[in-house]
Design a protein around this ligand. Structure first.
Ligand SMILES: O=C[C@H](O)[C@H](O)[C@H](O)COP(=O)(O)O
Length: 226
């Protein structure tokens, strides 16, 4: 059973004619984009923006109409994956390096649906190293500042060199083990000048659709105003 596909295809049921849709990034969002492509070929009328070069290419190949950010002032719905999520729908994202674009797109959406398999649902965030996008300039100092927050930091690599995001920045993967307060940590991260954005998504996702090995789906909805 492909539980990522199960969750992703359920989320696509929320898409209706006329919607402006944000396309997430990663191996779960892949299935949502694929299903959306099928529905577009069957006549669904939507426009979309993508959160990464990879998702944009996938959408284009499937014939999903893409628009520029200057053409629209917001989105109705974004469907995206997560690396970890807790019961308050606080997320860790950025395992695929797309967190900055993902956060811009999700924040510009009336609703964000997270799609994930059950391994991503945790009691406390932090087992997954938190991806933090940092500028290459003086990255050594930024990494040192991040480590002062109580994590071990590894600069993400790719092949022989350092990994670069679609925006030309580096990713520092910060292993906290346990994140007691995501909002306090988010505030501390935002205070570090070399940090462009971090992978904590707090108060952004409205709904999570979690695919389970037994073929069932769990839906978690965030209380309004939480
Ligand atoms: O940068 C990547 C994104 O935040 C992904 O949504 C996240 O890493 C989950 O990816 P996957 O569905 O491949 O586990």
């Amino acid at each position: 059973m492909n539980v990522k596909q199960l969750a992703a295809e359920k989320a696509v049921e929320y898409v209706v004619d006329g919607m402006k849709v944000g396309l997430g990034t990663g191996s779960t969002a892949y299935w949502a984009i694929r299903k959306l492509g099928e529905r577009v070929q069957e006549g669904l009328k939507i426009t979309a923006v993508a959160t990464s070069v990879a998702s944009e290419e996938q959408a284009r190949e499937l014939g999903i109409p893409l628009v520029g950010f200057g053409d629209i002032d917001g989105l109705d719905l974004t469907i995206d994956g997560a690396d970890e999520l807790n019961h308050d729908l606080e997320l860790i994202k950025g395992g695929g390096g797309a967190l900055l674009r993902e956060k811009i797109v999700a924040r510009g959406s009336k609703r964000m649906i997270v799609v994930a398999d059950e391994s991503k649902a945790v009691g406390t965030l932090g087992q997954f190293p938190l991806p933090v996008e940092i500028v290459p300039f003086a990255w050594e100092w930024t990494v040192a500042d991040l480590a002062k927050l109580g994590c071990t930091v590894e600069l993400r690599r790719s092949g022989d060199g350092l990994y670069k995001t679609d925006n030309g920045n580096y990713i520092a993967d910060c292993r906290f083990g346990t994140i007691a307060s995501a909002s306090e940590l988010a505030a501390s991260l935002q205070n570090i000048t070399g940090v462009v954005e971090h992978g904590l998504f707090i108060g952004i996702a409205a709904l999570a659709i979690i695919g389970k090995q037994d073929g069932s789906i769990e839906i978690i909805e965030r209380e309004h105003g939480e």
